[in-house]
Unconditional design. Structure first.
Length: 283
């Protein structure tokens, strides 16, 4: 039974969201099917299945240590850099299993970009930060790089702020600007999916709002998957929400509890554990 206080809390969470319209016409971009991941003998993820639709924002929420970031990093094979990792199940990108033998890992990481929790610009100029990826993939002509840099910075809503100081260090920018620079760097190689691991957790409220507004613009061209510990942020920015937990304190395996449209997860969750989490009873 949902009490009046719970209803009021849910309404307060959804009171000021810039909720986008779910794009129901788009096909699935990523399909995760019975996916498990082990670090040696430790099972970090257990039997995760969910389909992520193109040109929408999907939020992954849940208490600390439940495997949110591990799942996110599995979508562009970053966990394969860790020794003794092995997986079961599938993750399909446009219906191709990225865990198949012979997968081009470099290509997957170009198609699936990553933005981390804390801004991590290279100790290079703003220009060279954005040019790094295109140079890596063979773009060397100056006029091509100039076009890519301007286009990427415009997409990241940063061009007007830095166009006159492209050759200054990216480290001189504010925290919010640095994070948008990192987003521009990810966009410069023309990915299809953008993974964001708590991209605003180190930012002030004004910079956070800019990142959230930027995500709404970017989903017109990209599929975005975000890990966030902030319930209000998940409600504001996402179209779909996945709620994860650990299965029990002994094994500490991350499992998917519930997944669906964000309005459903926050207003009419089907699982009592989901309801308890989004209303703040635990977590």
């Amino acid at each position: 039974m949902i009490g009046q206080n719970d209803i009021m809390l849910k309404q307060s969470i959804l009171a000021d969201p810039a909720m986008g319209t779910i794009n129901t016409s788009q096909k699935n971009k990523v399909d995760i099917s019975e996916f498990s991941l082990h670090y040696g003998k430790f099972k970090a993820l257990g039997n995760i299945s969910m389909s992520i639709r193109s040109n929408n924002i999907t939020a992954i929420i849940g208490p600390s240590g439940c495997g949110k970031s591990t799942l996110l990093r599995s979508i562009n094979l970053m966990n394969q850099l860790v020794p003794n990792v092995h997986t079961e199940g599938k993750i399909l990108l446009d219906e191709d299993n990225i865990y198949s033998t012979g997968t081009d890992v470099v290509d997957i990481r170009r198609r699936v970009g990553m933005v981390f929790q804390r801004p991590n610009p290279f100790p290079k100029s703003i220009y060279e930060n954005v040019a790094y990826g295109p140079r890596l993939y063979g773009v060397s002509r100056r006029f091509e790089l100039d076009e890519i840099i301007e286009h990427s910075l415009r997409q990241a809503a940063l061009w007007d702020e830095v166009k006159d100081k492209l050759h200054q260090s990216g480290l001189t920018l504010s925290g919010g600007q640095q994070q948008r620079l990192c987003i521009a760097r990810a966009l410069a190689v023309e990915p299809e999916v953008i993974l964001m691991d708590e991209p605003a957790s180190a930012l002030d409220p004004v910079a956070t709002l800019k990142i959230e507004e930027l995500m709404q613009m970017l989903k017109e061209r990209y599929t975005i998957i975000i890990v966030t510990h902030n319930m209000q942020q998940a409600a504001r920015v996402s179209d779909f929400t996945a709620f994860m937990m650990i299965d029990n304190p002994q094994t500490r395996t991350g499992v998917l509890v519930e997944y669906g449209p964000t309005t459903q997860i926050f207003m009419q969750p089907k699982n009592r554990q989901t309801e308890d989490y989004v209303t703040g009873r635990f977590g």
